[in-house]
Design a protein around this ligand. Sequence first.
Ligand code: ADP
Ligand code: MG
Length: 552
Amino acid sequence: MTEERLSFQAEVSRLLDIVAHSLYSEKEVFLRELISNASDACDRLRYAALTDGALLGDDSGFRIRLVPDKDAKTLTVWDNGIGMSRDELVENLGTIARSGTGAFLNSLTGDAKKDVSLIGQFGVGFYSAFMVAERVEVFSRKAGEAQAWKWESDGRGSFTVAEAADEDAPSRGTRIVMHLREDAGEYLEDYRLRQIVKTYSDHIAVPILLGKADDAESVNAASALWTRPKSEITAEQYKEFYHHVGHGFDDPWLTLHWRAEGVIEYTGLLYVPKERPFDLFDPKRRHRVKLYVRRVFITDEAEGLVPSWLRFLRGVVDSEDLPLNVSREMLQNNPVLSKLRAGIVKRVLGDLVKKAEDAESAADFATFWDAFGPVLKEGLYEDYAHRDDLLKLLRVRTTASDGALVSLETVLGRMKEGQEAIYYIAGDDRAALEKSPQLEGYRAKGVEVLLLTDPVDEFWVGSVREYKGKAFKSVTRGGADLAKIQGEEPEKKDTPPEGELSSLLAFCKLTLGDQVKDVRVSDRLTESPVCLVADDGDLDMHLERLLAQHKQ
Ligand code: ADP
Ligand code: MG
């Protein structure tokens, strides 16, 4: 039996070093991570067996076992899920840095408690075994394959893979043996293991058994959380499930749990996180809602199940109508899927609008909007059907809002007599925008101007164009309609004689040449001598800069 020694990918090595040496508090989460992987492995085999029943052999009851051995000082986590081939062992547990690894390393704060919570979020869960183990052995046999493999490492730079002896390996699935460190003896105690499972893994739908005996009682409730009646689920259980499905370790900002029984039948358990997930602005804009069909996990990549502009949602949708043997390919353009999507969007927007319109929770809604507003704004130009609801959610900062977020309705209510447009100025930075000379005339007349600082702002104002009959208009455009607006008239400064003005204008045009289209006298400045504006019909200046950056 030849053994191969391989190096961890460099980032993985660094990660392991941190996991093993710096993260001491809350080590117990390693068990949550390994159980979570074991449960995923069972879900994946259950799905694969829908089309290839032979994969299950005569063992169709999924389970996860925890086996402490006080003599050997080992804790074993054992599942009969899908297992890993040799190549999968090598890739998944060592040579491929998962997309989260680098992000994890960059997010480390040095505060051990916070950093541990990042582990699950960044999908680097397996390595947390090294918080409690000085050596880890993984025996795995992939469902349907004859050969089992052994992976082993002490977490210091390299690992080995070799064929495993049949008697060491499970008949199917993965057995992870942790040789516990001296200071991790507590994880050999039944009561401690029970306590951790109850705390973090109660919602896992696969039974978790303690000990080797076949008749061991399952430690967890072992029924899918979303199938239980709401009245029987505690806030703590909802939260733990969010941590499990969402890989998020903040608290959920909003939890939505509902059953639909109409045209289509399904259960949704969705969460809005409190904090932005690290990959929120990943260019793929993938949503993160898992699709189940009658309790069987199908995929977390059901394209079209949730629109991109709701990609911050986490959770599961469990359909009663899709066929169990639905393949991921069959899901594309499936009419049930589009009905599910419509149901999800309606429910989520409905609840968000309620939150937004509740004056009591304005501050709470503002934290939500600051986190996810930029994503929802994408819906304003991508999803015409939901524009009205999204406009109800929309919050902006303005020259009159003193840093607070206000609704368009509020802005509308404060418009001046004769004001025909909702004015905005777009840029990267609010403080800089507030100093713009273009704002001076508006400020002098007490006209409120929206300060738009998200890159997507230019796109939605361009596409939505108006709100309740009032067009959105950039103050950097020419032809300021200030004269028509009633307001405090700015103090008239002494006007220079006509002739002198026109020779100054001529001088400016001559000097600047092709760099400007025109030079005009303006009534919009009160402090600054000059400002740059774009012509009506030309691109807004900030948009022009944005597009230039993206070389459009
Ligand atoms: P994540 O679970 O977020 O993908 P992990 O570090 O926890 O990250 O696991 C890495 C990968 O290793 C998993 O995606 C999976 O492919 C594989 N894996 C880990 N544990 C198991 C297991 N018990 N059975 C099968 N595959 C596993
Ligand atoms: Mg994991």
